[in-house]
Design a protein around this ligand. Structure first.
Ligand SMILES: *Cc1c(COP(=O)(O)O)cnc(C)c1O
Length: 387
């Protein structure tokens, strides 16, 4: 019975061109990847600064493996917490200007942990309609009342906030929206939070390392500081090129997470070697501006090139570039044709994005070359013309 129900659900997905498949990579996630025993030019993923394969990051990871072994062996609260974790937490807190930082095993678990640990049924949460799924799930599990305001509409947010009678209110937003490439209007949101006596939580998964002075992220980009944003979440799996995530906050917030966040307590700590590798990534992304400068050059080249070719690319000064196609089957066909030309981009379809807004997501990294951007633009024009 159950098998029949599942099989029919799978069939429906296939018919709607929403079936997800995984392609098998035979190499590291670099601009040039191997797949099906062939080389492809890849614009997929979140390794924006190219640090996932940096020799010094790899060496730091190996050193950590020799010192600590592979697994951390336990939850952080039961002996899985090493000096590598501790040092990374302190360095991140310094870097971001927060009192404390707590490492989580993934960004998904960080968002789930924060919202469920700090908020409950009597509280009221307001989030941007296009926030990441992990924030939505955190709200659901917390039992708090939650509303989703219109994307990038601070007026809608404030209208909803002023109607709330809850004592504890939270505004929660992505920093850089990863399916649209736009930045939250954070200065306005900070002012709204203050006026309405609400806390603000920002998930800067895609901004940390890429935006702001030394890669400090979206707060620095807008000239904001820790007291403007009570809870900041970031991932280590994107610009840092490693794995895991962190939450930054004040002493009470972080101690509360250690006591109450179930996705913190009831899971194994990150491998210490990953923490060690991340310390090296942090050092590199802080000390070198050239990767962010390179990205800026490539972003400009792609945006201008796309405009000259009449490609409808969303405006974005970030490494996340989007080409809206509309129908899922069209978008799917385009990615297949691009693949035939040797180019891999990310295919994004509902329910990740609203219906009829399937899109191609193009990620630029500091390791791409100008000629590769030009090759991509040429390939995009070819597959558009043939539609
Ligand atoms: C990627 C991402 C996450 C999840 O992070 P993982 O470490 O991959 O679990 C959370 N929030 C946002 C906005 C993200 O883009």
């Amino acid at each position: 019975m159950m098998v029949n129900i599942l099989a029919s659900k799978l069939q429906q997905l296939q018919q709607a061109n929403l079936y997800r498949t995984r392609y098998i990579l035979q190499s590291a996630k670099e601009p040039l990847v191997r797949h099906n025993d062939r080389a492809f030019l890849s614009f997929s993923g979140n390794n924006y600064l190219g640090l996932a394969n940096h020799p010094e990051v790899i060496a730091a990871c190996k050193k950590g493996l020799d010192q600590y072994g592979v697994g951390s062996g336990a939850s952080s609260v039961l002996g899985g917490y090493s000096c590598a974790h501790h040092a990374l937490e302190e360095e991140l807190a310094n870097f971001l200007g927060y009192e404390r930082v707590l490492l989580f095993s993934t960004g998904y678990m960080a968002n789930l942990g924060v919202i469920t640990a700090l908020y409950t049924t009597s509280d009221h949460i307001f989030m941007d309609r296009l926030n990441h799924a992990s924030l939505v799930d955190g709200c659901r599990y917390s039992g708090a009342r939650f509303e989703r305001y219109q994307h990038q509409n601070p007026r809608d947010l404030e209208l909803r906030l002023t109607k709330s009678k809850a004592k504890n209110k939270l505004i929660c937003t992505d920093g850089l929206f990863s399916m649209d490439g736009d930045l939250a209007h954070l200065s306005e949101i900070v002012a709204i939070a203050r006026r309405n006596n609400s806390w603000l939580m920002v998930d800067d998964a895609h901004g940390i390392g890429v935006l702001g002075c030394q890669g400090r992220g979206i707060l620095d980009h807008f000239g904001l500081v820790a007291k403007d944003v009570q809870i900041l979440v970031g991932t280590l799996s994107k610009a840092f090129g490693t794995f895991g995530a962190f939450v930054a906050g004040n002493e009470v917030v972080i101690e509360s997470l250690i006591q109450f966040a179930r996705s913190y307590m009831y899971t194994t700590a990150l491998p210490p070697a990953i923490a060690g590798a991340t310390r090296m990534s942090l050092k590199l992304l802080q000390q070198d501006d050239w990767r962010r400068d390179r990205l800026a050059v490539l972003i400009k080249r792609f945006q201008e090139g796309a405009r000259n070719l009449g490609l409808q690319v969303l405006p974005s000064n970030t490494p996340i570039q989007l080409l809206i196609i509309g129908q899922s089957d069209e978008a799917q066909k385009m990615t297949l044709r691009l693949k035939q030309l040797g180019v891999i981009v990310d295919l994004i379809r509902p329910p990740t994005v609203p219906n009829n807004t399937a899109r191609l997501r193009i990620s630029l990294t500091a390791n791409h070359m100008e000629e590769q951007i030009d090759f991509l633009l040429e390939a995009l024009t070819k597959v558009m013309v043939r539609m």
